[in-house]
Design a protein around this ligand. Structure first.
Ligand code: ZN
Length: 307
């Protein structure tokens, strides 16, 4: 069981506290994280840290600011995070509203000159889906394995730029990892194909699955919250319950980094079952401690819950 207790609900820091921490980090000078001789990369989420580790191999030390099982959407950096950011040679985030708190923190961390890779922003080859408010885009591109491969290309280029002496190694490691992701993509397709077609309809806690759903042929009937950190109003929930009943949804899926209470209430009202914890924005314990493990886990839960 992973609830918000396992995550980190962080207290709001004042700008003064962040600035003080940044000055302290500057005075100390030496990096407080990473390993000697390795390129220090700091990512917003554990998912991106795993992608970076796969491309960087032994040449890179990747650290995530948001811990495993925690929620990136409502994350608020602590003074220790400001020091971590200050020690990075490369910063990696998604953008599109997933983790935009990083950009504000960079200024406070005196890391303005550090290269910042925004994996989801203006991604060549990606067709974006709408976000939770008008004019925004859904940020969860990485849940489509094909798009994760595009992220890998960007990571390889950014690592080569930050550490040109090892550009060949980064290129080779990225190619090998992309091969692994191609195999994963094929496996997902084969698994989803085993679910009877009328059953391929889901409800999740937040809107993390539209790219996965589009790529692999699942229909998202609805999400419990329009955005993490916002409680839905009664009208929204009533509409969702009606949609769930209307579509004959077999399963409402809880997500590891969010509390289950709302999903449980929804399932009770719609008279359907909560079947499993899905993982999306954050990794967890094995077997969900890698991106590949996460995709395999979620796909297996969908197959079991919908078949
Ligand atoms: Zn999310």
């Amino acid at each position: 069981m992973f609830g918000r207790d396992h995550g980190v609900r962080l207290s709001r820091l004042t700008a003064t506290a962040l600035a003080t921490a940044a000055i302290a980090a500057g005075c100390v000078g030496a990096p407080t994280i990473g390993e000697p001789g390795k390129l220090t990369v700091v990512t917003t989420t554990t998912v991106f840290a795993d992608l970076v580790s796969n491309v960087g191999g032994d040449l890179v030390s990747a650290t995530s600011l948001v811990p495993k099982n925690a929620d990136v959407h409502t994350f608020e950096p602590r003074p220790a995070d400001v020091r971590t950011i200050a020690s990075a040679k490369l910063l990696v985030m998604n953008g599109l509203g997933l983790d935009d708190w990083l950009r504000k923190t960079i200024t406070n961390a005196a890391a303005e000159g550090t290269p910042l890779l925004q994996l989801g922003v203006d991604l060549p080859g990606a067709a974006l889906l709408p976000g939770d408010t008008s004019g925004t885009q859904n940020p969860h591109l990485f849940m489509d394995v094909k798009y994760a491969e595009l992220y890998v290309d960007r990571i390889a280029a950014a690592l080569a730029s930050a550490d040109p002496g090892h550009s060949t190694a980064y290129g080779l490691q990225a190619a090998a990892y992309k091969q692994q992701l191609e195999t994963l993509d094929g496996w997902v397709r084969a698994q989803i194909a085993t679910i009877p077609e009328p059953n391929r309809r889901i409800v999740t806690f937040h809107d993390a699955f539209p790219y996965y759903a589009r790529e692999y042929g699942i229909t998202i009937v609805g999400v419990a919250v329009e955005a993490p950190g916002q409680d839905p109003n009664a009208g929204y929930t009533a509409q969702l319950v009606a949609a769930i009943k209307n579509a004959g949804v077999k399963a409402i899926f809880s997500e590891s980094q969010f509390p289950t209470k709302l999903i449980d209430q929804l399932a009770a009202e719609a008279n359907c079952k909560v079947v499993a914890n899905l993982y999306d924005d954050a990794l967890g314990d094995p077997p969900v401690s890698t991106y590949e493990g996460l995709i395999r886990w979620d796909t297996t839960q969908l197959v079991q819950g919908l078949s």
